[in-house]
Design a protein around this ligand. Structure first.
Ligand code: ASP
Ligand code: MG
Length: 440
């Protein structure tokens, strides 16, 4: 059994739904198809929710109507028969009636989650109507019946496994299932979600729960690239990555895969394939436990990083200093990415500066604090990178014209991270592309 997940752009137009219906019926392997919301929908729903939270009901109503119109136009091209069209209209009516009702209810966090869940419910129901019209036999599965998270928002893979097995048991003859990514139920039984971009995570959790032969993530790019295609002119897909390498890349830049989706696949040893709906025959990227080759595989960059340096002569020969510093970040639930230390100073980076002022204030008890915002982490990812000849030399020679604020290596053998000013990012990525991959 396999999992095939399609992102927002892969379901965003009727033509794209036609194309994916071909992809999911290519072979007879039993499969669960996981769908995102149509591209743009979750953003619109988040805006509607935001307007409601501010009491801007008239504006929210306008946004709801605009979104409804988008779906009305969508189904005109999606289906042909009267019967399918009236079913699609009924689905739209049901979900937009709900959105119109919430205009009258007082706003809460639970309501926000209900609003955000509409996108995946709409896309998967409309797709199911299209499949029925095409006589493609399948079962529509409500993810809210099996995807659950605990009180700390962590997915309960054991429960998901049991619930899914029970559901699948009921449809032994069925080879095709269609479900929703992103949405789930929380510990209180309310509708919740796996955070933005979470459909990948759903796919990986489902793949782990059913012990799938593969978890295919279909997007509109042919895999993870060796450098950022939005910044660098020439890039190419990386054929194979280990789970560790993929996790580093997903976290530090490559927007193609939600970073959390690595661990379920890795824990249950399920191969993940990143594939392109626009070029279904392209190899894409295979992510498995084996890295396949040694050396540098890719460079990625993560923006909006803030560096915080704490300098204190009291750190000299002291113990427990780092713990005190980390506790401050922990208190404000702010995660640290890079760390470098010298005998009298510690530098760390964070990507969430919501509590920066409070953090700095508390850190000042320990020493002088310096903050640099608008930094970028450039990460060089590969397998046994420093054991590969000349890699360190190449990296440092290449970036020598660029001021480097921090360097980190050794946390894993898969990653060297450099912190530079955001202004130097394009230059750094281009130079590294030329030197490490011979690509200009
Ligand atoms: N629809 C959700 C989002 O836009 C989840 C996803 O597409 O992965 O964040
Ligand atoms: Mg995505």
């Amino acid at each position: 059994m396999k999992v095939m997940k399609f992102g927002g752009t892969s379901v965003g137009k009727p033509e794209r739904m036609f194309a994916i219906s071909k992809l999911i019926t290519k072979d007879n392997e039993q499969k669960i198809v996981v769908l995102s919301a149509l591209s743009g929908t979750t953003n619109s729903l988040a805006e509607i929710s935001d307007s409601l939270s501010k009491g801007e009901r008239a504006w929210a109503k306008q946004q709801i109507d605009a979104l409804e119109l988008h779906y009305q136009n969508f189904i005109i091209k999606l289906v042909i028969t009267e019967d399918a069209y009236s079913k699609a209209k009924a689905v739209i009516a049901e979900h937009f009636e709900f959105l119109n009702i919430i205009l009258k209810i007082s706003y809460s966090d639970a309501l926000n989650k209900d609003i955000l869940a509409q996108g995946e419910l709409l896309s998967s129901k409309l797709f199911s109507i299209y499949l029925n019209e095409q006589n493609i036999v399948h079962e529509w599965l409500p993810a809210l019946d099996f995807m659950t998270i605990d009180a700390l928002d962590e997915p309960q893979i054991g429960t998901i496994k049991v619930k899914l097995a029970q559901i699948l048991q009921r449809f032994k003859e069925t080879t095709l299932f269609v479900t929703q990514g992103y949405i789930c139920r929380n510990a209180k039984g309310e509708v919740d979600n796996l955070k933005r971009g979470g459909s990948d995570y759903s796919a990986s959790l489902i793949a782990a729960a059913i012990n799938a032969s593969v978890c295919e993530i279909w997007t509109d790019i042919d895999g993870m690239h060796n450098n950022d295609p939005r910044v660098v002119t020439n890039t190419k897909p990386v054929e194979q990555l280990s789970f560790e390498e993929a996790a580093e890349l997903a976290y530090f830049g490559a927007k193609i895969l939600h970073p959390a989706s690595i661990w379920p696949a890795q824990t249950y040893n399920i191969p993940v394939k990143l594939l392109n709906t626009l070029q279904p025959d392209a190899k894409g990227t295979l992510i498995i436990s084996d890295a396949g080759s040694t050396g540098v595989k890719a460079v990625a960059a993560k923006d909006y990083i803030t560096a915080v340096k704490i300098k204190s002569s009291r750190m000299l020969l002291a113990y427990g200093f780092l713990r005190k510093i980390f506790e401050v970040f922990e208190k404000y639930r702010t995660s640290i990415d890079m760390i470098t230390t010298s005998e009298v100073a510690v530098s760390v980076t964070i990507d969430n500066d919501a509590y920066l002022n409070k953090i700095v204030k508390e850190l000042e008890i320990f020493g002088s604090v310096e903050v640099d915002s608008n930094q970028t982490i450039v990460t060089i990812v590969g397998n046994e990178i420093t054991e590969t000849e000349d890699v360190m030399k190449k990296i440092f020679e290449t970036i020598s014209p660029i001021p480097v604020r921090m360097v980190s290596y050794g946390g894993s053998r898969h990653n060297i991270s450099l912190l530079i000013s955001r202004d130097n990012k394009e230059n750094a990525l281009q130079l590294l592309n030329k030197r490490l991959f011979g690509m200009e």
